[in-house]
Write a protein that binds this ligand. Structure first.
Ligand code: HEM
Length: 434
């Protein structure tokens, strides 16, 4: 397995320097924390808060103060959290089950059409899958990705601007104004295209007759007031939330699906156990909403994938006031750290074989006693991922449908390559299906 240097996210250095260390970059000083006890301290919301690290600050040029890129103290964070949280409970998933089923059926159809001799590019196909799901769940839009040779114009702009942010985040203003001036101008045009596209959708929806059968996130945001203030979210904030779901809920779910398909295609014994479970729980009919939660072994496959490859490989925390962690590391108010999930998830608590993919380590008698301290793929506390249940439902249902339909053939000689954009995903992964 090859992890490029830029994708280490503090992991390999933690092997050398231990559970907390500091690194100086040209214009930046970063403290990396990966020991479970220290991570537990910075996860404590009373003394620490989410920090908008450089890439997140720069994402604000696209998604403003949407949930993911807002400071906890910004009024729009609490308002949007209150309005949107009910849409992400386990029971709310029932509303989205049909959309996910329909979308994975399109993926299956698309793969069938490619035929058994075609090497399928897994990561882009999973991106399309997750994009279609989010587009329909968030704002009832069908990007029709599986039928397109080129991405939708808004999606192309979004991908380009994410790439720009990911690079420019670590650059200097002087370089952006000179060497990268053209890219910066392109980024401005891309953001304008993206905003116009979403603004049009919001305006059309506001002027349309209400369809009582439709209940997507856009409807919810237009109809619901924040219980604390009695106010609705502004149109601009609704646009920022929609973009937030596209940014936070697409590449992440897609990355997990792609990593999981790598393991399922190279571990036929695991894939067969999943198929047996699906047959036992679901029979041969359509996979029902209630059955998804009963696919316990498949859920272990997903958790084990997320343990080894937390697609958001870390998160930032900042001290709310002067404080100390580990009894010896002082932090002034406002100083911040990066939590290294790639290392935390390989902590010795996971046993000597922490590097090995083994879904059975999630059996009740084997799971680490300090599980909550050494498994944080969805972040922590009040700023943890709002889409966690959604992601599990989407990923389990998609993998179950793919596995009950196809045998997966891995590409001979493929070694896992971890690629990085805003999140991580397997690079160059190809499979055949029959
Ligand atoms: C926040 C991971 C899927 C929406 C986060 C955070 C992590 C994370 C680590 C915290 C970031 C931080 O502290 O800076 C993941 C993973 C996913 C996933 C691993 C897939 C397996 C989704 C999906 C959605 C979503 C499907 C939406 C449908 C969000 C939002 C936030 C967030 C809105 C910000 C929440 C807040 O601060 O109030 N996610 N995510 N995520 N995620 Fe996810």
């Amino acid at each position: 397995m090859h992890v490029p240097d830029t994708a280490e996210w503090g992991w390999k250095d933690a092997d050398t320097f231990g559970p907390i260390y500091e690194r100086k970059y040209v214009n930046l000083r970063v403290t990396y924390v990966s020991g479970p006890d220290l991570v537990a301290e910075v996860n404590d919301d009373t003394s620490w808060d989410k920090f908008l690290g450089v890439p997140l600050q720069d994402l604000r040029s696209i998604a403003g103060d949407g949930l993911f890129t807002a400071e906890t103290t910004e009024p729009n964070w609490a308002a949007a959290h209150a309005v949107l949280a009910p849409a992400f409970t386990q029971s709310a998933m029932r509303t989205y089950h049909g959309v996910i089923t329909d979308t994975v059926d399109r993926l299956v159809q698309y793969w069938r059409e490619q035929g058994p001799d075609t090497w399928l590019n897994v990561a882009p196909d999973m991106n399309n899958m997750a994009l279609e799901v989010i587009g329909r769940v968030a704002f009832g839009y069908d990007f029709d990705s599986f039928a397109r040779a080129e991405p939708h114009v808004m999606v192309a702009s979004l991908l380009r601007s994410m790439k720009y942010v990911n690079r420019a985040a670590y650059s200097f203003p002087a370089a952006e104004a000179t060497v990268f001036r053209k890219q910066r101008e392109q980024h401005r045009r891309d953001v304008a295209t993206i905003h116009r596209f979403i603004d049009d959708i919001v305006a059309t929806r506001k002027s349309a007759v209400h369809d009582s059968d439709r209940r997507d996130l856009l409807d919810l945001m237009l109809d619901t007031t924040d219980p604390a203030t009695g106010q609705r979210l502004s149109d601009q904030n609704i646009r920022d939330q929609i973009l937030t779901f596209l940014l936070a809920g697409q590449e992440t779910s897609a990355g997990v699906l792609a990593f999981a398909l790598h393991y399922l295609s190279t571990r036929p014994e695991v894939a067969d156990r999943v198929r047996d479970e699906i047959a036992e729980v679901c029979g041969s009919g359509p996979i029902e909403f209630e059955q998804v939660g009963k696919l316990r072994y498949l859920r272990k496959v997903v958790d084990e994938t997320l343990r080894l490859w937390p697609v958001a490989p870390g998160y930032f925390r900042k001290a709310k006031h002067d404080t100390m962690i580990g009894g010896q590391y002082p932090f002034d108010a406002g100083e911040w750290v990066f939590v290294v999930l790639l290392k935390l998830h390989r902590d010795p608590s996971w046993g000597p074989d922490a590097e090995t993919f083994d879904p059975d380590r999630w059996n009740r008698d084997r799971v680490p006693k300090n599980l909550a301290a050494v498994y944080k793929p969805f972040g922590t506390g009040m700023r943890a991922c709002i889409g966690r249940q959604f992601a599990y439902h989407e990923i389990v249902l998609t993998l179950a449908t793919v596995l009950r339909t196809f045998e997966l053939e891995p590409e001979p000689g493929y070694e896992l390559v971890v690629e990085e954009s805003v999140s991580i995903k397997p690079g160059g992964l190809r499979i055949k299906v029959r």
